[in-house]
Design a protein around this ligand. Sequence first.
Ligand code: HPA
Length: 272
Amino acid sequence: MTLETFDKMAAALPAVCFDQAPDVGILLGSGWGAALEMDEVVCRVSYADIPGLGASTVQGHAGEFVLYRRSGKLVAAWCGRRHYYEGVGWEQVIAPVELLRRMGCRTLLLTNAAGGINPALKPGDFVILNDHINLVRANPLVGAHIPEWGPRFPDMSEVYSKDLRALLVAGAAKLGIHAIEGSYAFNYGPCYETPAEIRAYKTIGADAVGMSTVPEAMLAKSIGFRIAGLSLVSNLAAGISPTPLNHLEVVAAGEAAKPKMKALIEDFIARL
Ligand code: HPA
């Protein structure tokens, strides 16, 4: 991978996207579609019109980039993400972060749906990420060093900014939304985990588990973004859940939690 890999994608975005650095970039994961309130849309671009990015193959992922204004802030939102398990390689997974970098954006909110492992969690709750565990042992930064993406050996001691975490904690408390700070374990997918895997992940400190977010966070942290991560607990993890897991349940949990997701994002943007 080289930076040129992303030139065609950047060229497909209107020039207005690069006029002013967005105050925050948002990446919306499973079930998080339509969680945004907009005062003024600056531009919209379908992923299908961004060469090499392509629409997500996953139900519940809109596949649209929107640059908009809200609460006096300029927000660059990627509605829908590509996943490593789609087998498309890293380029599509991390393109949103690289394109935000080119826009001059350096604050990022990553969202996802996750299985709850910590016993304090039930479906409809939220985890404010304070760390992650990369179970996949693969990394988009592997390969020739790209200086624009930070040092060869990037520090990961505080991937999720303490300050941004505090904003989310304060927002959830004010809104009366149950959210705990915790660690997110990144599993390859597309299979959900086995109960034995979940018991193992609990032992190593995971509070929630999902199939995304960590690749984007590793690149963004290396570049120097301030990062916030927010998981909707769409289900209890395998073996904790009394029923088998399925993606429709994840999408339905997103629908049910939409007012809470909207309120959390609204509050976060306003506090920035
Ligand atoms: N495991 C992995 N990914 C997920 C889950 C889960 O239980 N729920 C939503 N995404």
